[in-house]
Design a protein around this ligand. Sequence first.
Ligand SMILES: Nc1nc2c(ncn2[C@@H]2O[C@H](COP(=O)(O)O)[C@@H](O)[C@H]2O)c(=O)[nH]1
Ligand SMILES: [Mg+2]
Length: 179
Amino acid sequence: MQNDIKEVLISEEEIQQKIKELGTVLSKEYAGRNPLVICVLKGAFIFMADLVKVITVPLEMDFMAVSSYGASTKSSGVVKIIKDLDVSVEGRDVLIVEDIIDSGLTLSYLIELLRNRNAKSVSVVTLFDKPAGRTVNLEAEYTGFVLPDEFVVGYGLDYAERYRNLPYVGVLKPEIYSN
Ligand SMILES: Nc1nc2c(ncn2[C@@H]2O[C@H](COP(=O)(O)O)[C@@H](O)[C@H]2O)c(=O)[nH]1
Ligand SMILES: [Mg+2]
């Protein structure tokens, strides 16, 4: 698996340091608000697990599974809800935890959905952002790292369901896509 990686963009140490910083900011922001923290599966599951451990205020969690990429490296533009939330967002301060923003289509769809369900507030924390890929006007309130416009894998991010368990984020060798 490690042999398939052409270049490591963000190391495990850098990721963990950044998550601690985000945890400090979010703990201040959400003090006394009991936020509903929503993990966007599958990609954000590792980020969610590490992030909630460093948020020091009471919170609740729920999980939503969406798909917009399939086994491709480009978004289909069609966001499919595979698993919806178990709890209501009505009147709640919602924090969406996302792995990466590219076109912005997935999050635009989710933000609109949660606002229509009468959430009190909807904010986004994303570990990675690729602003060059944006096709809609969308910016996360909290961002870990800005990445170049390349398809990345690792730390929850997959290619055809592989590589999610790499502890860092990197770019695959071109020959992997042609296999
Ligand atoms: N493995 C990777 N998945 C990616 C990458 N860029 C985006 N994505 C996945 O799509 C959604 C968001 O895409 P968007 O175009 O709707 O903003 C994101 O949650 C990922 O699941 C990538 O470089 N590698
Ligand atoms: Mg995602």
